[in-house]
Design a protein around this ligand. Structure first.
Ligand code: HEM
Length: 299
């Protein structure tokens, strides 16, 4: 029951923000609302915004697209994937509810991330109908993610707080720079997974808010002006800059997440499909959690 309430609250929150926008979204008020460069009320973000959006963004995203897969390709060729026996006991790691929430986020991102890249390289893709369709898909597939981001935050938050194990894990990069399967200091989630969790959820909320700001463009919410003191043009520029900055981190860790889940640990992806992890995988990659389960007589 509680979980259905979480979904209901998330949907209601979304609907009320859209309603409060008093927007003539694609209406004739779009241009008069936008102040020109350097005019009164402007934070003079114009010049920086043009430089940032015009030059840095594409270069940095191109760097991410080339560098991250290259680094993982080298890791896969030199160190290779960790393999664990499938003969041992199966340990329930993900409930049906958490898998449903996760899969909705996963499907959203499978559309949101590529369409985001196509928008960044819009001129390369001809900047026409195709890019406009991708912009709409980018917006529409944000909705299911916006509905599950709070339930995802709430369902895992208690296991995501920092622990001494995390420091030790970071020092040895989770044991992923070695072929040897030594037990790794980690609880239910390791430091890498916790970093992705906080970025995917809290960073995800920033991406939704800044994305909605740009998507609805000429919204006129007095509250935002009163709180931030920002003119509409500066709110849009600040939203674009923040969306790309947080976007860098989200995209990098999303690629890391997929590499870890699909390539670096053979068969790991099964755990988010069936809910079960192999006993040896837990014993090695989540050694503190394994000891705890042993003490509780659960393995
Ligand atoms: C699209 C491809 C995706 C795949 C293949 C995938 C796969 C997985 C797998 C296998 C796990 C379990 C890891 C373990 O063994 O403990 C997992 C956990 C998780 N996933 Fe995903 N996932 C995807 C997308 C996403 C997205 C889009 C988000 C959030 C926006 C997300 C957030 C998480 C979080 C927070 C966890 C728990 C912590 C972790 O293991 O990193 N995943 N995912």
């Amino acid at each position: 029951m509680k979980k259905i309430v979480y979904f209901f609250i998330a949907t209601l929150a979304l609907a009320s923000v859209a309603y409060a926008a008093e927007s003539q979204i694609w209406g004739e008020m779009r241009i008069p609302n936008i102040l020109g460069y350097g005019q009164e009320q402007s934070l003079k973000l114009g010049e920086f915004f043009t430089l940032w959006q015009g030059h840095y963004i594409t270069t940095i995203f191109l760097g991410i697209l080339i560098l991250i897969p290259t680094v993982f390709g080298i890791h896969y060729l030199i160190i290779g994937p960790k393999t664990f026996s499938h003969e041992g006991k199966k340990i329930l790691a993900f409930s049906l509810y958490s898998r449903i929430v996760h899969q909705i986020a996963a499907i959203s991102f499978i559309v949101i991330v590529p369409t985001g890249f196509i928008m960044v390289f819009g001129s390369f893709f001809g900047g026409g109908e195709f890019v406009r369709i991708c912009k709409d898909l980018h917006g529409v597939f944000t909705i299911p993610f916006a509905i599950v981001v709070i339930p995802m935050f709430l369902m895992w938050v208690k296991d995501m707080f920092i622990h001494l194990d995390d420091i030790k894990w970071l020092i040895i990069v989770g044991g992923y720079l070695s072929k040897v399967k030594n037990p790794v200091p980690a609880g239910r989630f390791n430091a890498g997974q916790k970093t992705w969790y906080w970025l995917a959820t809290l960073g995800g909320i920033v991406m939704i808010a800044t994305g909605a700001t740009m998507f609805f463009m000429d919204f006129d919410i007095a509250m935002v002006k009163n709180i931030t003191g920002l003119s509409q043009i500066d709110t849009l520029r600040a939203a674009a800059i923040l969306h790309n900055l947080v976007g860098f981190a989200v995209v990098i860790l999303f690629f890391v997440h997929i590499y870890m889940a699909v390539f670096a640990i053979k068969g790991a992806v099964q755990s988010i499909i069936t809910g079960y992890m192999e006993e040896e995988e837990v014993k090695i990659l989540h050694s503190s959690w394994y000891r705890k389960l042993k003490k509780q007589g659960k393995v």
